[in-house]
Ligand binder design. Structure first.
Ligand code: UGY
Ligand code: MN
Length: 246
């Protein structure tokens, strides 16, 4: 969108935000080399998570040290290597990884043009459950399941459905015209990246045109609904906090 008259689709409210690519502003971090972080969702706006886009140039690397934060990341362009503890894996487009709290995470050997989205939150232990182990995966190999019996709205659940994990990362893909079946209003929070296609997102009382590259934050209890539009399927990656009492 032209900024000639200060226009953008970006909106930030107390219950939700739409961050369009034309309003991204880079940060810099000491453990990032040939890698630029963009903090698109963070506690600074009232969110319980941080959603970070990392753009790499050749041989880019980024490191998060071991602390109370856990990280789940998804590669949406290019390729890189990811090390968690003793394990290293090469991730291409669709590759993902979960790094538990108290473990360090390194991304290195990135190709120029690599883009990674990372969701980070403070880990919430649960009663007698042990800490969750690291995960590496490839979303292109995960089968989508019809959401509420609709084969035109497919949901891929990327992390194990296991009470040790207090977050989920999923991919929702809608055929043109398919919708979220009702206006969801729930205690869980979302961070979201539109991966492809376009549609209309209802957030609270507003209806927003959205397309690939847009980022959305939905606070707990933000009413939400989506319809895919256009000639191609619309797909989004999203984070959700799960498996813990409110
Ligand atoms: O998992 C979810 O809450 C999902 N159905 N929400 C959403 O797509 N906005
Ligand atoms: Mn939801």
């Amino acid at each position: 969108m032209s900024a000639l008259f200060g226009e953008t689709r970006t909106r930030v409210t107390a219950s939700h935000a739409l961050i369009a690519a034309d309003s991204h502003v880079p940060s810099a971090l000491p453990d990032f080399e040939n890698a630029t972080p963009f903090f698109l969702i963070s506690p600074a706006m009232g969110a319980g998570l941080t959603q970070l886009l990392i753009r790499f140039t050749a041989r880019g690397k980024a490191r998060f040290s071991a602390d109370w934060m856990e990280t789940v990341l998804y590669v949406h362009a290019g390729s890189c290597q990811v090390r968690i503890g003793q394990k290293t894996q090469t991730l291409g487009v669709g590759g993902y990884a979960f790094c538990p709290a108290d473990m360090g995470l390194e991304i290195f050997g990135a190709r120029s043009g690599t883009a990674v989205t990372a969701f980070r939150k403070e880990f919430e232990p649960l009663d007698d459950f042990k800490a969750p182990p690291p995960v590496f995966g490839d979303a292109t190999k995960v089968k989508g399941k019809p959401f509420m019996d609709n084969p035109r709205a497919l949901l891929k659940t990327l992390l194990p459905e296991d009470f040790r994990y207090d977050l989920a990362m999923n991919i929702f893909t809608y055929e043109p015209g398919a919708t979220l079946p009702f206006v969801e209003t729930h205690i869980m929070e979302h961070g979201l990246l539109m991966l492809s296609g376009q549609g209309i997102y209802r957030l609270d009382e507003q209806y927003y045109p959205v397309h690939a590259g847009d980022v959305i934050w939905m606070a707990p209890y933000c009413p939400q609904w989506f319809v895919a539009m256009g000639d191609t399927p619309a797909s989004y990656l999203y984070y959700k906090n799960v498996n813990r009492p409110g």
